[in-house]
Design a protein around this ligand. Structure first.
Ligand code: KG4
Ligand code: ZN
Length: 319
């Protein structure tokens, strides 16, 4: 990164590994991180740059699988020791929330002021009010009380016999179907929280009950329409309640075309801006960590050699 400009954004995907195991096995994921970290570091450095050109090191240290996070944190501390540059530990969800501030040759569309962010990934489903002006901060407006939206996609995909990760597979199958099956939408009323546990049980029951008669494409379309419908309804409600000027959507599930369509339509109806970063900035990536770090470094924050990998951590404010 140079400020918020993305110089390179290398992703070493572990999807094949997770597919083999049908999900994430922490020990296997950590080992794969160990193998990938140095080659990724080398590939990420632009041809005309060396390590000595780096002005700061950013690393995700929370929340997540400690084994995998520790690999990055240890490498980042080694670089800090070697280069004598500032180190900054970044909260994974803060990085997703700030990913719309990344600038690439294809994307430069950050919201101007206060806005609402829908964070939808494999592990998180949150509605966050973002206040980018000084003092910079966030407020959590709503979140899932059980499963995340991505988890709901992945579990439904598994029940329908599709591979891992499930979201993209459901989207593809859904394109040839119609949402003719009725599935539960979780919590009722004007809440900004989400619940997908009952949804998962209902998909399981539907698959069992229909057996060979199940119309798979229609089931996929129903899964997609139900999850995206709930996400869009709550996100647009939050936008109204906050009277915010823009809505952003981030995280792996933000790659979903139907979700983007519902959010874009809703924003257009109420005359608000809708910002959806390109898919490579939505799914887990290094650029978003760099963007979040640029905000934190500008606020004067630094991490020391005592920086730890943490399994759980609240979305931080700025002190
Ligand atoms: O943010 P992400 O890449 O990793 C986490 O931090 O979790 O999100 C991964 C999630 C998975 O659950 C995957 O099924 C979902 O994003 N996903 C999708 C699509 N592409 C990825 N969900 C719905 N539609 C998609 N096209
Ligand atoms: Zn993520």
């Amino acid at each position: 990164m140079a400020g918020r400009d993305v110089l390179s954004n290398v992703v070493s995907s572990q999807v094949e590994l997770h597919r083999k195991w049908g999900g994430i096995v922490p020990e296997a994921a950590a080992r794969a991180h160990v193998e990938a970290i140095l080659p990724v570091l080398e590939e990420a450095l632009p041809d005309d740059m060396g390590l000595e050109d780096l002005g700061a090191i950013a690393v995700t240290n929370r929340p997540g699988l400690v084994g995998a996070l520790s690999v990055g944190v240890t490498a980042a501390k080694a670089l800090k020791a070697l280069l004598g540059v500032p180190l900054i530990g970044v909260h994974h969800i803060e990085a997703h929330v700030l990913s719309p501030y990344a600038r690439t040759s294809a994307f430069d569309d950050a919201p101007d002021g206060d806005h609402v962010c829908l964070v939808v990934s494999g592990g998180h489903t949150e509605l966050v009010a973002v206040f980018p002006a000084s003092p910079f901060g966030y407020a959590i407006l709503g979140q899932t009380i059980d499963d995340a939206a991505g988890e709901a996609f992945d579990k439904a995909a598994r029940l329908l016999g599709l591979g891992y990760p499930g979201g993209a597979a459901i989207q593809q199958l859904a394109s040839g179907g119609h949402p003719t099956y009725t599935l539960p939408r979780g919590l009722s009323g004007d809440t900004l929280d989400f619940s997908f546990a009952g949804f998962k049980t209902a998909v399981s029951r539907l698959v069992e009950k229909e057996g060979d008669a199940l119309r798979a494409a229609d089931a996929a379309a129903s899964v997609q329409e139900t999850i995206c419908g709930v996400l869009a309804k709550r996100a647009l409600l939050a936008l109204d309640e906050q009277n915010a000027e823009a809505l952003t959507v981030v995280g792996g599930v933000a790659a979903n075309r139907r979700l983007r369509e519902l959010l874009a339509d809703g924003c257009a109806r109420s005359g608000r801006r809708f910002v959806a970063p390109p898919i490579e900035l939505c799914t887990d990536n290094a650029a978003m960590i760099g963007v979040a770090a640029s905000f934190r470094l500008a606020a004067g924050e630094r991490s020391g050699f005592d920086l730890e990998a943490l399994p759980n951590a609240e979305l931080p404010g700025i002190s």
